[in-house]
Design a protein around this ligand. Structure first.
Ligand code: TPP
Ligand code: SF4
Length: 479
């Protein structure tokens, strides 16, 4: 007779090593907890389908936050409730991956309600496992959206009252009303039969993704003996007695067969197509530049800040466009302060000879402060030896830092002498390029006509650039 060999599926790590070097044979879950069962069913399915090496599991915030200690797959841990949004990004960036969003009821049905509903509604081709144990397990049994009416939790010590906390939310039913999801089921983990059914459902949900069929959702009623203060068998019975009447286990939606297999095409867009889509094709062909220029280009992490109306955002667009014309990678991201008056509008601009990760400039090496509050807000962020350009027509104080390079220019005054106060930003860009020499200031003459909408102002803006260049030639080093 052939002996049955029972062994851990290979989608589990051999040893569950935890932070601090300890490794154990067991998980951190309490005895009788449903999370452990579900992990096993998922690991078995991934092993049997031979997809573990292209699977990414997103663990949530909750008791299953440590799922990454156990499943030997790509692991990402998302902020509370955000797993479906993270899953969307991962799956879209790498359609060949198998992306699992694993979430508790606090995570999915409270803080993350928007993320799950919209991911489902978009029909993201992901697999969602929703562990409903009717409470917040990890933080000590507070009420969750799925807590039953009358159920005592630490935040509903007299039992959940409809008049105060409303009704339990049935997520599987809600999601099954949406058009896009192809498969929605609820199962339980309470006995051999229900575990077998959950096993089939886990496989179905993963298989759907492997076959590119679309969004699949499995809600699992899961015992939490610790949170419910029951023994493991009593916790299973509690689900039978109290949860099943409210959360029936059934397939709520299955359009898997009709669902067209999604055809993912991973298409790279050309620079020209991207410029077209962004409405920037007017900026024209990217210029051929020498390798030496690219290799030696000093990355510019710029913060351009001032009052609304001083053109700080358009200065950012113009300088980013100059970088783009020089075949550099650029990002521009605006930030509008909540203040009505006297505060700062600012933008982050990065111009780099390498791919840019985050478009946010938190440690600028160039700060352009068009007004006093901007200098106050960002002076301390500038890296040592960074450049600070100050609009000395408006900023009344000097820079406090001794470890930065400063350039004081009466930008507003120069611009208003040309008849256009609003061109102070272009005076600044001319001065900046002339002072640093990182790019030829004449680039601005190409870019300004293509980025400034009001054609009658182009000439003055170009004059403003020249005035900035002139100012630096005559005054740099003197202040
Ligand atoms: C943004 C944020 N808010 C709140 C918390 C605190 N917190 C940690 S786990 C948790 C609830 C987890 O409950 P659930 O999603 O039901 O998972 P379970 O622990 O029951 O598996 C909360 C509110 C947090 N970590 N982050
Ligand atoms: S508190 Fe509940 S959900 Fe968390 S590990 Fe223990 S039994 Fe599982």
């Amino acid at each position: 007779m052939k002996a049955a060999v029972l062994k851990k599926p290979s989608a589990f790590y051999d040893k569950f090593e935890r932070k601090g070097g300890a490794h154990q044979e067991t998980t951190h879950y309490c005895p009788g907890c449903g999370h452990g069962n579900l992990h096993k069913l998922i690991a078995e399915a991934l092993t049997d389908f031979n997809v573990a090496d292209r699977t990414i599991l997103i663990s949530p915030v909750g008791c299953s936050v440590f799922a990454y200690y156990y499943l030997n797959v790509g692991n990402v841990q998302a902020a509370h409730g955000r797993a479906p949004a993270v899953a969307t990004g991962l799956k879209r960036a790498n359609p060949n991956s198998i992306v699992i969003s694993y979430q508790g009821d606090g995570d999915l049905a409270a803080i993350g309600t928007a993320e799950i509903l919209h991911a489902a509604n978009r029909g993201e081709n992901i697999s969602v496992f929703f562990v409903n144990n009717a409470i917040y397990g990890m933080t000590g049994s507070q009420m969750a959206p799925t807590t039953l009416v009358g159920q005592k939790t630490t935040t509903t010590p007299y039992g959940r009252k409809v008049s105060n906390e409303g009704f339990p939310i049935r997520m599987a039913e809600i999601i099954s009303t949406l058009e896009a999801p192809v498969y929605v089921e609820r199962t339980a983990l309470i006995d051999f039969k229900s575990i077998s059914r959950t096993k089939r459902a886990v496989r179905k949900v993963l298989q759907n993704q492997i076959e590119n069929r679309g969004f699949s959702f499995l809600e699992i009623l899961s015992p939490c003996p610790t949170g419910w203060k029951l023994s493991a068998p009593d916790a299973q019975q509690w689900i039978r007695d109290y949860m099943l009447p409210v959360f029936p286990t059934e397939v709520f939606k299955d359009t898997t067969k009709d669902a067209e297999t999604l055809q993912y095409s991973h298409r790279e867009y050309t620079d020209g197509e991207v410029l077209d889509v962004l409405g920037l094709s007017e900026l024209g062909e990217r210029k051929e530049v020498t390798k030496e220029f690219l290799d030696n280009f000093p990355v510019q992490n710029m913060k351009i800040a001032g009052f609304g109306g001083q053109g700080v955002l358009s200065a950012g667009v113009v300088i980013a466009a100059c970088g783009m014309n020089e075949n550099l990678d650029v990002t521009w991201i605006p930030s509008y302060g909540p203040e009505m008056r006297g505060g700062t509008a600012n933008c982050s601009v990065i111009i780099s000879n390498k791919r840019i990760g985050s478009p946010l400039t938190t440690k600028p090496n160039v700060l352009i402060a068009m007004n006093g509050p901007s200098l106050d807000a960002f002076e301390d962020d500038v890296v040592p030896n960074g450049l600070v350009i100050i609009n000395s027509s408006i900023v009344e104080r000097r820079v406090k830092r001794k470890d930065v390079v400063t350039l004081y220019i009466p930008l507003t005054e120069i611009a208003s002498n040309l008849g256009l106060t609003a061109a102070a930003n272009m005076v600044c860009l001319g001065a900046y390029l002339e002072f640093t020499g990182i790019m030829d200031y004449k680039l601005l003459f190409d870019v300004i006509p293509k980025t400034i909408k009001r054609k009658n102002m182009i000439e003055t803006n170009i004059k403003a650039v020249e005035a900035g260049v002139q100012y630096v030639r005559e005054n740099a080093g003197k202040n």
